[in-house]
Design a protein around this ligand. Structure first.
Ligand code: AMP
Ligand code: MG
Length: 342
């Protein structure tokens, strides 16, 4: 398949929309990471997203809309299932990097939700993303536009590295601003629960709602049963609410290790590992974002991919403080390192 390089011109965005209507797959920029979009209501189109990504089919996708009014038809019982809390969050954070999970309407195919009876929905703030969704004229199901298991793409070049020849087109937009995926918040239970941390933090959500927001328990423990995304077999006993979380994630080809400690301790550890690796002819890259947590979110996935391109064997990353956005970035770092922290 030839993958079209589409610009953000009116004509190309219209073409991208037409390809979606015909069941095609289009990668597009959002403020978080690049998404791989298909018509969310077309079972066959959604199936081909899983195929292009090599993604296990029980890993649900986020449905992207361009207008908050487009939420209702996707939710079971419509307005009745959209709580006052949900309305507050929508009013505050949409459009933006917050995904809300609701009971799903009949019209949303099982393929889109990985067989769950809930659906995750978000309205991106990125202008190109909004124009693309409007051009398609329907909700867009989109996971991140990477091969399953690889770091999420934050540039069009990263998308092409994984997806060239596998999808119909890529809208060649700008580098993603946030750099990590959206916060996923489950609104179906008594207490709103974060299933995946992101730019919009627990503290921020609690301030808006004026009540406690929970963290799903899988976020607080190290999973010891990570399945390889390629084989589609996950450990039966490890069944978090957010199914994507049970798979190996964000792994570059290089071996990633996280290093804790103050400046001095970090340098001592990095030097020791570097010297040892050199004996074996291995090249070591070192990443230290200091306390620039927003910069770490913005650059982490791009840096992992860049060091792979440059052929490094080992990537050492200094840990961040696990509070606020630091917790969300550390969630990605820990996964990319397979929880290897020294
Ligand atoms: P990705 O598109 O790669 O960012 O992955 C989307 C992630 O959103 C999935 O891996 C899930 O963790 C989460 N997600 C999507 N739909 C649901 C849902 N209905 N319930 C819980 N989590 C969901
Ligand atoms: Mg992903």
């Amino acid at each position: 398949m030839k993958t079209l390089r589409l610009t953000t011109s009116e004509e190309d965005i219209r073409k991208a929309g037409e390809l979606i209507v015909c069941g095609g797959l289009i990668a597009f920029p959002t403020e978080t990471v690049y998404g791989l979009g298909a018509d969310a209501l077309d079972q066959e189109a959604v199936r081909s997203v899983y195929e292009a990504k090599g993604r296990p089919s029980d890993n649900p996708m986020i449905v992207h809309i361009a207008d908050a009014m487009d939420l209702e038809p996707l939710v079971r019982n419509g307005r009745a299932s959209i709580s006052e809390d949900a309305l507050k969050l929508i009013g505050t954070f949409w459009p933006g990097p917050l995904t809300l999970v609701f009971p799903k309407a009949e019209s949303v195919p099982d393929a889109t939700t990985g067989g769950l009876d809930t659906v995750a929905i978000r309205m991106p703030s990125n202008e190109t993303a909004q124009r693309f969704i409007r051009a398609a004229g329907r909700p867009i199901a989109a996971p991140s536009a990477n091969l399953s298991g690889k770091p999420s793409p934050t540039t069009a070049a990263d998308v092409l590295e994984d997806m060239d020849g596998r999808i119909d087109g890529v809208i060649m937009g700008e580098q993603c601003d946030v750099g990590i995926e959206s916060t996923v918040l489950d609104m179906t239970g008594e207490v709103p629960t974060i299933l995946r941390p992101g730019l919009i933090t627990r503290e921020w959500l609690e301030a808006v709602l004026g009540k406690e927001v929970a963290l799903d328990k899988h976020l607080l423990e190290e999973p010891d049963h990570l399945a390889d995304p390629g084989d589609g077999v996950a450990d039966e006993e490890f069944a978090p609410k957010s199914p994507g979380m049970k798979y190996v994630h964000y792994s570059p080809d290089a071996k990633v290790t996280l290093l804790e400690g103050n400046d001095y301790e970090f340098r001592v550890k990095a030097t020791a590992i570097g010297l040892e690796a050199r004996k074996h002819g291995q090249r070591v890259a070192v990443i230290d974002y200091g306390d620039d947590v927003r910069g770490a979110a913005h650059r982490l996935f791009a840096d992992l991919r860049e060091f792979d391109r440059q052929g490094y064997d080992i990537i050492l990353i200094r840990t961040l403080e696990e509070s606020g956005l630091g917790f969300s970035v550390m969630n990605r770092m820990l996964k990319s390192a397979g929880y290897d922290v020294k």
